[in-house]
Design a protein around this ligand. Structure first.
Ligand code: KIV
Length: 284
C-alpha cells in the first residue's frame, strides 16, 4: 500500500509546488485534433518530478522491464513491478495524467482478470488510467473496464508483449492485410471506450489513417507527426542507451555524461582528492 504524496520533510525531493489540478481523463480525451499531447514514460519519483511540468501524460510503461531491470523483453514484467513504479511516479507528479501499463499475463485471460489487475493498479498507485495492448481481441475487456470506471488507453500496431507472435520489433502495417487489421483494431478499442490509443511502430500512412479513423486522441511512437500526440521512452530520448529504435530522437547524451561524472569521481577517490574540507564534518 502506498501514499500518493511525498513527505518533502524527509525525502530528497524538492518541495511540492502549490496544489494544482491534474489533467483529467475527459480533458485528455478532449484534445483530439487540438494541441498535441506531450507524453513520456517515467518509472521513478525524481524523473516524474522533472518531466511533470512539461508533459500532459506520464506513462509508467512496461518498457521498465528492459530500461530499469535489464530484462530481455516486457514479457517477464510483473504487476508488483508496475504497482511499485506507478506509485513512485504518482508521488513525483502533480500536473500530468499518470497511466500505468498492464503487464503481460495480467489481463488477457478474461475481462474479470483484467478488472482485478487494473483495480489493484488504481488502488495501489493512485494513477488515473491503465494501458493495455491489443485490438479487436481486447475490445470486450476495454468495454468491461470502461463500464466499471477504469479509464483505458489502448495500444495497437507494434505491440511489444506480442514479440514472440510478431517475430520481432519491426514496423507493422507494410502489407495490405496488416494495414487493414491495425485500422480495425484501433476502431474496435475506440468503439469499446478507450479514451486514447497509442499507435506504435507503424508506417506513416497507417498512423495517419488510425488518427483519422477514431474519435479519441491517437498518441504516436514510431508513427506519424500527424498523430494527436507523441510519446517516447524517457531513457531513449535522453541518450541513456547506445542502441535505440530508428524512430527515437536523442535530445541528450546522458550515458556519456554519467560515464564522465563517474570517471571524475573514481579519479578523485583514488587520488584522495575527494572528500575535501567542504564535504567533511569537523568539530567546531
Ligand atoms: O511500455 C512503454 O513504454 C510503452 C510506450 C513505448 C508507449 O508502451
Amino acid at each position: 500500500m502506498s501514499t500518493y504524496t511525498i513527505d518533502t520533510a524527509t525525502s530528497r525531493a524538492t518541495p511540492s509546488p502549490a496544489p494544482m489540478k491534474r489533467l483529467t481523463v475527459p480533458a485528455l480525451r478532449d484534445r483530439k485534433g487540438k494541441e498535441p499531447i506531450v507524453a513520456l514514460t517515467a518509472y521513478t519519483m525524481r524523473m516524474a518530478q522533472l518531466l511533470d511540468p512539461h508533459c500532459d501524460l506520464l506513462l509508467v510503461g512496461d518498457s521498465l522491464g528492459q530500461v530499469i531491470y535489464g530484462l530481455p523483453s516486457t514479457i517477464p514484467v510483473s504487476l508488483d513491478m508496475m504497482c511499485a513504479h506507478g506509485a513512485a511516479v504518482v508521488r513525483g507528479s502533480w500536473h500530468a495524467l499518470v497511466a500505468v501499463d498492464m503487464p503481460f499475463g495480467a489481463y488477457e485471460a478474461s475481462p474479470a482478470q483484467a478488472f482485478e489487475s487494473a483495480s489493484r493498479v488504481l488502488k495501489e498507485t493512485g494513477c488515473a488510467a491503465v494501458k493495455l495492448e491489443g485490438g479487436e481481441a481486447m475490445a470486450e475487456t476495454v468495454a468491461f473496464l470502461t463500464a466499471r470506471g477504469i479509464p483505458v488507453i489502448g495500444h495497437v500496431g507494434l505491440t511489444p508483449q506480442a514479440v514472440n507472435a510478431l517475430g520481432g520489433y519491426g514496423a507493422r502495417g507494410k502489407g495490405n492485410a496488416e494495414h487493414a487489421q491495425i485500422i480495425d483494431d484501433a476502431r474496435a478499442i475506440a468503439a469499446a471506450g478507450a479514451f486514447s490509443i497509442v499507435v506504435e511502430g507503424v508506417i506513416e500512412t497507417v498512423a495517419n489513417e488510425v488518427t483519422a479513423a477514431v474519435s479519441c486522441p491517437v498518441i504516436g511512437i514510431g508513427a506519424s507527426a500527424e498523430c494527436d500526440g507523441q510519446i517516447l521512452v524517457i531513457d531513449d530520448m535522453l541518450g541513456m542507451f547506445e542502441r535505440t529504435p530508428r524512430f527515437v530522437k536523442r535530445y541528450d547524451d546522458l550515458a556519456t555524461r554519467v560515464g564522465a561524472a563517474a570517471a571524475a569521481y573514481a579519479d578523485e577517490v583514488r587520488r584522495r582528492a575527494f572528500p575535501t574540507a567542504d564535504q567533511t564534518y569537523r568539530a567546531k
